[in-house]
Design a protein around this ligand. Structure first.
Ligand SMILES: Nc1nc2c(ncn2[C@@H]2O[C@H](COP(=O)(O)OP(=O)(O)OP(=O)(O)O)[C@@H](O)[C@H]2O)c(=O)[nH]1
Ligand SMILES: [Mg+2]
Length: 302
């Protein structure tokens, strides 16, 4: 034992001092009692920063008026309310909206609903709905980036909702909707590719393109919507690669774009960990059709 180490008798003296009615000892003891928990709390919060969103999350993205809010509002109600009473409501989306949701582990036949008694029969998750106006899309992308920054597993899937009734129109409004859908989808896929390439995840990111509003007679079949979007995304990649330089970029700078490939039914994106599926459906109309979307959500949690 070194010279400076207190011997047994010295320890006893210290101990006696701490228990004595000495003023310094009382102050030291009180300070220790109050300061140690504060210091411990400080150390723990610095060493293990709190995660903001612990729940697995499905994020809803896509252009305005596509039906994201209606879809997010209806997920849980599909199974907890008799089908003929499920309200399909929307509200103006001004900012992101996080909601706790649940769907049954076993998807019931179309038209049935489940009674909420057995807690183990449900998959619980959050949805994060985002407004889709062009000026709000950057904020929506930031929400996606936030989820990608969390520890692996927080982002369970991306539901990219589009309005299929606008995909065959030749008028300016319809053309704008398609262009807007393509541009937004490109940005979403680019973020997922970046995250995968940075090694933030080994499992593929799941993306479901919900080709909504199939109840309308002007609706384009989901396969055609998919082809149009994929062709547009590939075209956007080419345009970005040789497009005008952005602020901070210089001639010769490499521009980060989606990987080459396609269109081939979105398979080219598998290489960068993105699994894209496209399914048609509708939230309104006599025969409501969101079963396939619900099945896709369920598969996100297998
Ligand atoms: N016919 C039909 N209309 C639908 C369907 N789904 C949604 N709508 C209507 O589409 C409009 C837009 O729905 P929202 O859910 O608010 O759209 P959103 O994507 O959330 O739009 P933003 O919040 O502006 O980005 C509403 O008037 C809905 O009633 C559908 O399946 N069929
Ligand atoms: Mg909305």
């Amino acid at each position: 034992m070194s010279e400076s180490t207190p011997k047994g008798s010295e320890w006893a003296e210290w101990f006696t001092l701490l228990l004595s009615a000495n003023r310094t000892a009382v102050i030291a003891s009180v300070a220790t009692v109050f300061l140690v928990p504060v210091l411990l709390h400080f150390l723990i919060t610095v060493l293990f920063p709190e995660r903001k969103h612990l729940n697995p999350t499905i994020i809803a993205l896509g252009p305005s008026n596509a039906g994201k809010t209606c879809l997010m509002a209806q997920i849980e109600l599909n199974y907890t309310t008799p089908t003929n009473k499920v309200p399909v409501e929307t509200r103006p989306s001004i900012e992101s909206w996080r909601a706790a949701q649940k769907i049954p582990k076993e998807i019931p036949e179309d038209g049935e609903h489940i009674v909420e008694s057995n807690d183990h029969a449900w998959i619980k998750f959050d949805t994060l709905d985002n407004p889709g106006w062009p000026e709000q899309q950057a904020a929506a992308i930031r929400q996606l980036q936030g989820l990608l920054e969390e520890r692996t597993g927080t982002l369970s899937g991306v539901m990219f909702v589009v309005d299929s009734s606008k995909f065959s129109g030749k008028d300016e409004e319809a053309l704008n909707v398609v262009d807007d859908s393509v541009a937004f989808l490109y940005d979403v896929l680019l973020e997922l590719q970046r995250s995968f390439e940075e090694g933030k995840r080994t499992k593929p990111y799941r993306v479901l393109i919900c080709s909504n509003k199939e109840d309308l007679f002007t609706a384009t079949p989901a396969k055609k919507v998919s082809e149009k979007l994929e062709k547009g995304v590939c075209q956007t990649r080419e345009d970005k690669a040789r497009g005008p330089l952005k602020a901070g970029q210089e001639e010769g700078d490499e521009i980060y774009t989606l990987i080459p490939g396609g269109p081939d039914g979105w398979k080219w994106l598998e290489e960068v960990g993105i699994d894209v599926q496209v399914k048609g459906g509708n939230l309104f109309g006599v025969k409501k059709g969101s079963t396939e979307w619900m099945n896709w959500i369920r598969e996100c949690f297998v």
